[in-house]
Design a binder for this molecule. Structure first.
Ligand code: DC
Length: 235
């Protein structure tokens, strides 16, 4: 990783918000983390907050499609996100950083994310953190809704088969063996719900730069984004 620091060692002088949106498992979080590290600013994964609320519903046997009950539960969910290289997320003082990656949570998170009250709660937390910190934030509506005035916006895409392979690898690293077919179905299911919901659907902001990383490796993707950063904000 020294390579990244050597090339781009400077921290932005003024507060900078970089929004990265895109489909599930398209490499948003890898790019966001790499950019944050290179620019020496903080990374924030907005999806983790939707996952936390979904986990709460599962733990309390609230069906994610029972909107009334999910909304009624919201005041009892206290989330705390510590920003940094390794984000730590706590819910009601319990560390849930790893638990939110479980298959059950992935299965239901898009259903929970369609609920406007859930979105309002998450957005309030995200905007609060963005008030005082330079951030690279990834999600589905960061450049369109959460930070429409972000300094730089990327919309990341990749072929669905590549995304499936990447997600399966990630899950394997967490010790979970899931068939490719199952992983792909989950991705397509979430893409569909995320892009067709009424409130803040996944879409490219007009001023977002598209990065299709189907044929890019991690370093190439980062270099491309840093070039855009340098020409847009440092130029
Ligand atoms: O990035 P992720 O896969 O961890 O996100 C989980 C879900 O959260 C995703 O399927 C949709 C929802 N989400 C959202 O609606 N808006 C965001 N800004 C981030 C995530």
């Amino acid at each position: 990783m020294g390579f990244f620091f050597d090339l781009y060692p400077t921290m932005p002088e003024k507060k900078v918000i970089i929004a990265i949106d895109g489909y599930s498992a398209c490499g948003k979080s890898t790019l966001a983390k790499d950019l944050a590290r290179s620019l020496n600013i903080r990374y924030l994964d907005s999806g983790s907050l939707y996952r936390a609320i979904t986990l709460f519903c599962i733990q309390h046997v609230i069906h994610p499609e029972d909107i009334k009950s999910v909304v009624a539960a919201l005041p009892f969910i206290h989330l705390n996100l510590s920003l940094g290289e390794n984000i730590k997320l706590t819910m009601n003082n319990e560390d849930i950083t790893d638990e939110i990656r479980k298959t059950d949570v992935s299965r239901w998170v898009s259903e929970v994310s369609v609920i406007s009250e859930v979105r309002n709660k998450v957005n309030e937390i995200l905007r609060g953190l963005g008030k005082t910190n330079s951030l690279v934030m990834d999600g589905r509506d960061i450049g369109t809704v959460v930070f429409p005035n972000a300094d730089l916006k990327f919309f990341v895409t990749a072929d669905v088969n590549i995304r499936t392979l990447r997600r399966q690898k990630e899950l394997e690293a967490l010790g979970r063996q899931i068939t490719l077919q199952h992983v792909k179905e989950n991705l397509l299911h979430r893409d569909n719900l995320d892009s067709t919901r009424m409130d803040s659907p996944l879409s490219k902001a007009e001023d977002a730069i598209i990065i299709d990383n189907t044929n890019l490796n991690r370093e190439e993707q980062l270099e491309l984004a840093l070039d855009w950063y340098n020409s847009s904000l440092n130029g």
